[in-house]
Design a protein around this ligand. Structure first.
Ligand code: GLN
Length: 209
């Protein structure tokens, strides 16, 4: 699965959202957490960003970001709004990018404490895995394929403890995976929406066919 390189001839290295002449319409789950920062980051990267709060709104987007926040609260709200099954169904055919709490919601396995999830990515995550050490910190993370470093903001971040056979680690911090792709989906334990660097959002936008 090639994630690098242009997959359309109409891209000129500008905002990836403009491939094919039409910005991609990407939803941001807007129940809780820092969804507005993701909407801004998506727009900066050339996509159309729309808040998603209902199954009907979910049907109208081509990809979805589940933001950081508090995963237990977000999960409760997802259940209350009847979005659990619609999100699972959406994820069976469309890309989802989960950041921090969003990554916890995508994982098949959650510990510290265990919690149910959408189970769309075969990864195991430990909540608040860095303890007090990474309550809130900006640190350089190492990108795969010698693509250099990226400034990453961590806020009470989970640690990705296990990556399934189909997963690919795209960035690491202190040797642990912090950005993983598996099939259609991405998980990041940091907050790419809180820095000016659009590379991570562009990666996701490219995935949204
Ligand atoms: N610690 C939070 C949780 O377990 C995630 C933190 C975040 O999204 N910044 O849900």
């Amino acid at each position: 699965m090639a994630d690098g390189g242009n997959n359309t001839s109409s891209s000129h290295g500008g905002p990836a959202g403009e491939a094919g002449g039409r910005p991609k319409r990407i939803g941001v789950l807007a129940l809780q957490g820092d969804f507005e920062a993701h909407e801004k980051a998506l727009r900066r990267a050339g996509a159309e960003a729309v808040p998603v709060r209902t199954a009907d709104e979910l049907r109208q987007v081509e990809g979805l970001i589940i933001p950081g926040g508090e995963s237990t609260t977000m999960l409760k709200m997802i259940e209350q709004e009847g979005l659990l099954e619609p999100l699972r169904e959406f994820g069976s055919r469309r890309p989802i990018f989960g950041t921090c709490a969003g990554a916890i919601l995508l994982a098949t396995e959650v510990t510290n404490p265990p919690q149910s999830s959408l189970g769309l990515m075969d990864i195991g995550v430990e909540r608040n895995g860095y303890g007090r050490q990474l309550d809130s910190r900006i640190a350089p993370v190492r990108l795969a394929d010698s693509a250099g470093d990226l400034e990453a903001v961590f806020i009470r971040a989970p640690i990705i403890r296990r990556v399934g056979r189909d997963g690919r680690v795209l960035a690491t911090y202190q040797g642990d995976p912090v950005l993983v792709v598996q099939g259609l989906h991405f998980a990041a334990t940091f907050h790419p929406e809180l820095t000016d660097d659009s590379r991570v959002h562009l990666m996701f936008i490219k995935k949204v066919a």
